[in-house]
Design a protein around this ligand. Sequence first.
Ligand code: FA5
Length: 345
Amino acid sequence: MEALDAIEREVDGAFAPVRDEHELRATHARFLGKEGSLTLIMRRMPELAPAEKKTFGQAVNRVKTAVESASEAAEVRVKQAALARELDREPTDVTMPGRRPRVGRQHPLHRVLYDVTDIFVSMGFDVAEGPESDWETNNFERLGFPADHPALDMQDTFFLHNEGRPGPRALLRTHTSTVQIRELLSHPPPVMIVAPGTVFRCDDDATHSPMFAQIEGLVVDEGISLAHLRGTLATFAQRLFGKDVTTRMRGSYFPFTEPSVELDASCSLCGGRDPHCRLCKGSGWLEVAGAGMVDPVVLSNCGIDPEKYTGFAFGLGIDRLAMIRYQVPSIELLYSNDERFLRSL
Ligand code: FA5
């Protein structure tokens, strides 16, 4: 017990001069390390008679607590001193401006996609969705692409699991026109939907990306004519590009529309007046959509009577619209996620 008392008297004096973590650890070990004075005393516990053990145990605990609290107090002192030394070395200039947290915002493709969808919703369209992987039948056959028809080459396709396997082939959809089929199979007319989404083709150059976005439009009801298509797309173009924009239709070909057209909008930048315009390249027109009257074969393939119902459909390339709106020279920029570019739009 005397030895214990002696140790207790040593504790405060031992920790008082401690200046750094190394000294702190050494001083702590002097009492409680493997060969520490308190550890050595505790090892002698078994030599004591049972009656003495209790008093001795309590005394040991008291001294141990004294060591731990002196050690903790010294640790706080050491850390504060280290911080003070560091602040002395590199004084903090409290007048420096703070660092503004960077706030993200919508990707330009999403901005265009939401704006375009909003325009159609305000005209009364519902929004429909379909899966990005689909069956070949929904992507091609029911849309009137005959097997092995040259029109299939227009959309170089990523097939999923196929070669040599029986049964239907799956693919990454090459256009959002798959949603026309899914919609017509599941809803009787009248149908009036737009279907935005991601599509995939084996395509890669300044204006073509292997993954891009389209928005499909489909209206099927009694008495729908090409005039409805023209009016819808003309109104859309004016809402997106401005009131002064005019539209024109050119004859085209898609297996699932008859007649088929391409819709062009007059150039929103030069209005057709600048032969060197960087947007329309002097032609005065920008290609905006593929479209047409739904081919009666498509309606029959989906169990809808083509004698009773007619319809129109269109497909817009969202990436192209974004490139026109933000004057982006290469489609790759929309996918490479370079923050400097994205922040500039
Ligand atoms: C189609 O995909 C038809 N499904 C559109 C359609 C729908 C016609 C309904 C009639 C009725 P097309 O292959 O032309 O058509 O593509 C439509 C638009 O997608 C193009 O005008 C273009 O803007 C965009 N596009 C096509 N391929 C790419 C690509 N690789 N990268 C970026 N945009 C593309």
